[in-house]
Design a protein around this ligand. Structure first.
Ligand code: GLA
Ligand code: ZN
Length: 673
């Protein structure tokens, strides 16, 4: 079989299947059983070393790598590759004991006791030194080990530290950014409530017990904490890279995780990897949106599904099992949206610790005659069959949706006009209007190249960064479509409101100005009445009271004192158009509104799908791989029209109709005959 040069590792040019393996919790006899069962389940890649710090370095001057030597050799002997993690997500007790300032401080600024995980200060010099030291030892020892295909630095970087070390570093960071206190005071608008700083030493992290209402401070602390945590990652990464320049390096991200700006992380990571733990009742479309967000982080590059549970989570309030078939369906959902792996947390359930009831491939019984093991093994066999068929495949999207972490923080920090802004949910809601129609969407960021898209959406783009409006103007001028909504164009990137009215720099392309913003109570709504009298839709939450300048009014509000004012506008700008949705409309409106835009650009999926059935295509250099996913709990029939396909899992030729059972997936390539 030809080696696919788009593989993340030439040592493993196939879709990876496996997951987190923490053998240090078990005696040696179990390891042999693990390897045997991994082979049986079609496991090809496991992640080892996450949280292994004390097992590898029980004291500052003592290392115990022998068990890991044995594990890596055992894996290699069984044809299994390893993602080697550095153990820095949990420092051993001896580290906290000898260097107490390594411990993190929570929102009150008081240092935590030792325990839990990610309980370290990202700016602690001792933490940086010691985590760097163990990373170096690992890299030196295993640099030539044939099993290792990827470095996994630490684990799920998370949350913030508010300690005095961080406070001091933050002040240095601010000096770099603003140079003078005057400038900082200006940017943070500290004349308000007599908050003007007269000495750098007065600036503190936004601790719960202190200053939490200076928005500029809050947004900057978020940026600083993102950089601080990235600093930990880079510290280890650079040490490792110097020793193993050919092994890619990653860490695992966490989806819709607000505290850290993943777009900034992406620039430092060779490969995006993320842990997919949907909330109870999250729909497949919402999960797809998270996958697409991660694909977007590196501008369309495939990513790794680093973790998912094979059966249940344990940290939600209620942890339902994945129904039979759902593991397979959601694994392929990830692959269909750009994942080049299917990995689980965890291989074997521990007998103790807080994750002893978390789903695993091997449960406490140690048995392989279980539903979960069978489903994992079946999937393993299929992934072996697929091998590299889809590897490196790209999704070709003409629609992009803008997402921005700074905006998320600024918007949700703002006090008013409603407390719960629902930024993430709103972006997802607009995404879903395209997902329902099987039109692929890329998630993009203010620094992305927008010129390759026909349609760019920017729901709730409250913070408009320098240069973004100009990029949007260019897109529209050349025939593109731009859509923005209520609460857009309010502040600049330092979180200061624009002086010449909303939507700030977007006013020109949108051809409107917003005079006031109304907030609606739960249960209260208004209606969007289409100008042509064709239809009426419901809207709620927020309602801009705006005036059309060069824009034309497509719909108006039906009630309240602003009845008759514009609710939807379109501004022709150059060869394209820019729409503004002044309120939060129902899905029926979005289906029609985006339906018209989709029609305007003649975008159509390869095949029409019945309700609840998804079609997604990944394009490799060789072929277009078509995923048809039945998210329904009942069978569905798909009409293949005059097209002919080959089923990649069965090699069968397919034409006319295909029937998919509940939760079934077909993976096809088009053929001439
Ligand atoms: C995260 C972590 C794992 C484990 C799982 C449990 O993704 O990375 O170590 O705690 O959650 O769902
Ligand atoms: Zn700190």
């Amino acid at each position: 079989m030809a080696t696919n040069n788009t593989a993340f590792s030439s040592k493993a040019p196939f879709l990876w299947h496996g997951g987190d393996y923490n053998p240090e919790q078990w005696p040696r006899e179990t390891w042999q059983e693990d390897f045997r069962l991994m082979n049986e389940a079609g496991v090809t890649v496991v992640t080892v070393g996450v949280f292994s710090w004390v097992s590898l370095q029980p004291a500052e001057d003592r290392y115990t790598f022998e068990w890991l030597d044995e594990i890596l050799n055992g894996l290699q002997a069984h044809g299994i590759k390893a993602i080697l993690a550095t153990p820095s997500a949990t420092q051993p007790a001896w580290v906290s004991q000898n260097y107490p300032e390594v411990l993190r401080a929570g929102e009150t600024g008081i240092r935590n006791g030792h325990g839990g995980r990610t309980n370290y200060c990202p700016n602690s010099p001792d933490y940086r030194r010691l985590s760097g030291q163990i990373a170096r030892k690992l890299a030196e020892r295993y640099k030539d080990h044939p099993a290792i295909i990827l470095w996994h630095i630490s684990n799920e970087y998370d949350s913030w530290c508010y300690c005095d070390t961080c406070a001091a570093r933050f002040r240095e960071w601010l000096k770099q950014k603003y140079s003078t206190l005057d400038e900082l005071n200006q940017r943070w608008w500290t004349a308000f409530w007599s908050h003007t700083y007269t000495d750098w030493a007065q600036i503190m992290p936004p601790r719960k017990t202190g200053e939490t209402l200076t928005h500029g401070l809050n947004v900057d602390y978020f940026r600083f904490m993102t950089e601080s945590q990235i600093g930990c990652y880079k510290n280890e990464r650079d040490i490792i890279r110097a020793i193993t320049p050919d092994i890619p390096i990653t860490t695992n991200l966490m989806g819709a995780y607000k505290p850290l700006d993943y777009r900034r992380w992406a620039k430092e990571m060779d490969i995006i990897a993320w842990d997919c733990y949907p909330k109870p009742n999250q729909s497949p479309g919402e999960i797809a949106f998270m996958h697409d967000t991660h694909r977007g982080l590196k501008d369309g590059q495939p990513f790794l599904l680093m973790e998912q549970t094979p059966s249940s989570q344990n940290w939600q309030v209620i942890n339902a099992l994945k129904r039979p078939g759902v593991l397979r369906l959601w694994s392929y959902l990830a692959v269909a949206h750009g994942a080049d792996s299917v990995l689980y947390f965890q291989w074997r359930r521990g007998r103790g610790g807080s994750e002893k009831l978390h789903g695993a491939v091997i449960e406490h019984s140690g048995r392989s005659d279980t539903r979960v093991f069978r489903e994992v093994s079946q999937l393993g066999a299929e992934l072996t069959k697929l091998r590299d068929a889809v590897l490196g495949g790209r999704i070709q999207a003409q629609v992009a949706i803008l997402f921005d972490w700074d905006n998320w923080h600024a918007l949700e920090n703002a006090v008013g006009p409603v407390r719960d802004k629902q930024y993430y949910q709103t972006v997802c809601k607009h995404y879903l209007a395209f997902y329902r129609k099987n039109i692929p969407v890329d998630v993009v960021f203010p620094d992305s190249d927008l010129s390759k898209y026909k349609v760019v959406l920017a729901p709730m783009m409250y913070m408009v960064k320098t240069g973004l409006a100009e990029k949007i103007e260019r897109l529209v001028e050349y025939g593109g479509t731009f859509v923005s909504t209520f609460l857009s164009g309010i502040v600049d990137e330092t979180d200061l409101a624009f002086e010449n009215g909303y939507p700030g720099p977007l006013s020109k392309v949108l051809g409107i100005h917003v005079e006031e913003i109304d907030a609606l109570y739960p249960g209260q709504s208004n209606s969007i009445v289409m100008k042509d009298g064709s239809e009426t839709f419901t809207c709620d939450r927020l309602a801009d009271l705006l005036h059309a300048e060069s824009a034309e009014v497509l719909a108006t509000y039906s009630t309240d004192f602003y009845a008759g004012m514009p609710a939807v506008t379109r501004n022709i700008y150059g060869n394209g158009q820019a729409y503004y949705l002044a309120s939060d409309p129902d899905d029926a409106f979005l289906d029609r509104f985006y339906g018209d835009i989709i029609e305007h650009y003649a975008m159509t999926p390869m095949l029409a799908m019945p309700e609840g059935v998804e079609i997604s295509v990944r394009h490799t250099e060789q072929q277009a791989v078509v995923f048809i996913l039945n998210h329904n709990t009942h069978t569905a029939t798909v009409d293949l029209k005059e097209l002919k396909f080959r089923d990649l899992l069965t090699d069968e030729p397919l034409s006319d109709n295909i029937v998919l059972d509940a939760y079934d997936v077909k993976i096809l390539v088009e053929t001439a005959e």
